[in-house]
Design a protein around this ligand. Structure first.
Ligand code: UDP
Length: 237
């Protein structure tokens, strides 16, 4: 039987994962595949907090590039994470689990406002916790929000799924000489500018001793494979 090496995890889900083959929106097939993987891990007794991006809906930087106000664009991006969080929360509930969606952008009729105290309690009570709204501030990303929430919620590890099975010295899809790291320090990821997540996310993780597992999203063993050590991943930290 698969067993997780971790008791409490923070899973970062990028918006693009929910879009699947499409560039925009939410594809039910991919939404439910992610929810199935989360449910398998939760049913094995792992406490799960989730931070979702909004690349499938809106990115503030993309708007700013066409001359619009960056702060407004970022707020729109944060609202996009709320849409994704509600969709994933509902899909996880359909798998028979309890879910609490918290928002870092206060919107009381939609979700409870995030506090670490309430979210911690919900995790202890066995709910899957989804933290919507990123950090609640513009000029950040949901990768940074993922580091922040993982630290606030005392998670053992942050899981970051990517297109490849770990951290490489260069893009392995375009550079055949790219070397894969089994383990690497936060400092080295930052100094080599390896860009698996943004620098703020890694710096926060480094300063607070938060390990990060980078794994391939398309691995057939899914999340449980990563947590049980069956699937290849790079451990940062
Ligand atoms: N965003 C923000 N502050 C945050 C997190 C996100 O302003 O703390 C905005 C920002 O515009 C960002 C968008 O929300 O581009 C979507 O988040 P992200 O790009 O991290 O999504 P992902 O790439 O993970 O899908």
């Amino acid at each position: 039987m698969n067993r997780s090496a971790y008791d409490r995890i923070l899973l970062k889900v990028s918006g693009e994962v929910l879009a699947g083959d499409q560039s925009f929106g939410i594809e039910p097939q991919f939404l439910h595949s992610m929810a199935d993987q989360i449910a398998e891990v939760a049913k094995a007794g792992v406490q799960i907090a989730i931070v979702i991006g909004a690349g499938n809906i809106f990115r503030g930087m993309a708007v700013a590039a066409s001359g619009a106000n960056r702060v407004t664009g970022d707020v729109m991006g944060m609202l996009g994470t709320v849409i994704n969080s509600l969709a994933l929360g509902d899909a996880i509930e359909q798998k028979g689990l309890r879910v609490k969606v918290y928002s870092n952008v206060p919107m009381p009729t939609v979700a409870d406002t995030f506090t670490a105290r309430d979210a911690n309690q919900a995790l202890n009570d066995g709910s899957v916790v989804i933290c919507a709204g990123g950090t609640g501030s513009p000029f950040f990303t949901t990768d940074t929000a993922a580091s922040l929430k993982a630290i606030e919620l005392h998670c053992d590890v942050l899981l970051k799924g990517t297109k490849v099975d770990g951290v490489y010295s260069a893009d392995p899809k375009t550079n055949p000489d790219a070397k894969r790291f089994e383990t690497i320090t936060h400092e080295e990821v930052i100094s080599r500018d390896l860009r698996v997540m943004d620098t703020a996310a890694f710096a926060l993780a480094r300063d607070n001793g938060l390990p990060i597992l980078v794994y391939a999203l398309d691995d057939p063993e899914g999340l449980m494979g990563v947590l049980s050590g069956k699937t290849r991943s790079t451990r940062v930290g």
